[in-house]
Design a protein around this ligand. Structure first.
Ligand code: PLP
Length: 412
């Protein structure tokens, strides 16, 4: 384990160290939860204030043209595109992951109308499963039959009945990472289309949608991209599919000429047709501004520091006798996990609450996981060391057994 002085030296030489000034984080707080909700940035704060005051306040409805509100979904999509390895014309920003998954699953099933099975992973994020399940109940088994399989059985499940493989790259509990390129290749060999959920990947891992021949993807605006609570998500649709594809939530914003107010739906060009209703301008403007923080950093650079932060955290945990009761629930190999470390403990909920009270903000994930997220743009090596010191203190003292740390609110 590196001594605190060595960690301070790492911070001093960190090429990303100046990025922390971009963010507004409370004093004395160590924020290891950017994988759930990215913090407020100065850019987003300024931009939202100006959109509210000048654009909405002064220019009112003229802002749709004057401030190009109407083009925000495309503009923000194109800003996200380089972060996911997509060339222009394939990414738009809109709606939530859940809603976008519905569109993409519908679109993919339509392109494989002679097949009906949708394969997903049994421990995929619940909304992904709920959306696929809802679609299959709606369409009926003949058109959409959902099968959930264990990670080890994914490839073997890809036969000639399978229309779509829908997976999340980074598992929300364990952080285990799928090899998108290899799995996509095997799916295509079996004639299966893929839909990837990049919720815990975009802004955290180097991605290459085009080079990996991905068909469809969705991702999140409010985690590593720091767009703010409920910030819109994004959709990626490979160019080669765009001419033939249609989606079930056809709405006026995806129409070729929304302001013709025609009674007949005519899909817009390419990925544009994946838009549905009026964009949420305040949230999208916030995301738009926050994305500029990525303009001068590369994803491999972010990944390199994320791995180093995670390894530092794991080394510090391993060096503490008090922490042997925490069991690593993430892959040992840092290359095999996303930008997080998860530990299981029977009192995980209370430990997370006590840590938060001690100003180390982390997540609890039912049933028994404490999840620590590492976000290289604003987390230092010293933060990570201090977080483990506080974690050891919480566990050693058993302060988490106090009643106040056992109370569960609506959001856990
Ligand atoms: C993997 C994954 N998919 C989807 C979601 C939910 O996305 P949304 O709320 O945008 O529908 C989450 C939320 O944390 C997630 O972790």
């Amino acid at each position: 384990m590196l001594a605190p002085a060595a960690l301070r030296a790492l911070d001093a030489n960190d090429p990303l160290r100046d990025k922390r000034q971009e963010f507004i984080l409370p004093e004395d707080t160590i924020y290891l939860d950017g994988n759930s909700l990215g913090p407020l940035s100065k850019r987003a704060q300024t931009r939202v204030a100006s959109v509210v005051t000048q654009e909405w306040g002064d220019d009112l409805i003229a802002s749709w043209n004057k401030h190009s509100w109407i083009d925000l979904p495309t503009r923000v999509g194109e800003k996200i595109a380089p972060l996911i390895g997509a060339s222009p014309g394939q990414t738009v920003c809109c709606d939530s992951i859940s809603i976008n998954l519905y569109k993409l699953l519908g679109a993919a099933l339509n392109l494989r109308a002679d097949r009906s099975v949708v394969i997903t992973q049994a421990d995929n994020f619940p909304t992904d499963i709920y959306v696929a399940d809802g679609l299959s109940r709606f369409l009926g088994d003949r058109k959409c039959r959902l099968k959930s399989v264990e990670a080890k059985d994914i490839i073997a499940s890809l036969d000639e009945t399978v229309a779509v493989l829908m997976l999340t790259q980074v598992n929300f509990r364990s952080g285990a990472v799928h090899d998108i390129e290899a799995i996509t290749r095997r799916a295509h060999d079996a004639g299966v289309l893929v839909v990837w959920d990049l919720a815990h990947s975009a802004g955290a891992l180097p991605l290459a949608m085009d080079d990996w021949a991905v068909d469809f993807a969705v991702g999140c605006g409010y985690k590593y991209l720091n767009g703010g609570p409920g910030a819109p998500a994004f959709v990626y649709v490979a160019e080669r599919l765009q001419e033939d594809v249609s989606q079930p939530l056809s709405g006026w914003m995806g129409h070729a000429k929304p302001f013709a107010f025609s009674h007949d739906y005519m899909p817009g060009q390419g990925v544009q047709r994946f838009l549905t209703g009026t964009p949420n301008i305040l949230s999208m403007a916030s995301l738009d501004a926050a994305l500029d923080i990525f303009a001068d950093v590369s994803m491999p650079q972010i990944r390199e520091k994320s791995i180093a932060l995670g390894e530092t955290f794991a080394d510090c945990v391993n060096a503490k006798d008090a922490l042997t009761e925490l069991k690593l629930a993430s892959p040992q190999d840092s290359q095999q996990r996303g930008s997080q470390l998860s530990y299981s403990h029977p009192q995980a909920f209370a430990i997370a609450q006590a840590l938060i009270a001690h100003k180390v903000i982390v997540d609890f994930r039912a049933p028994d996981i404490v999840r620590f997220g590492f976000t290289p743009l604003y987390t230092s090596y010293t933060d990570v060391w201090q977080a483990v010191e506080k974690l050891a203190e919480v566990v050693r003292s058993k302060v988490y057994l106090q009643d106040k740390y056992q109370q569960r609110s609506k959001v856990t």
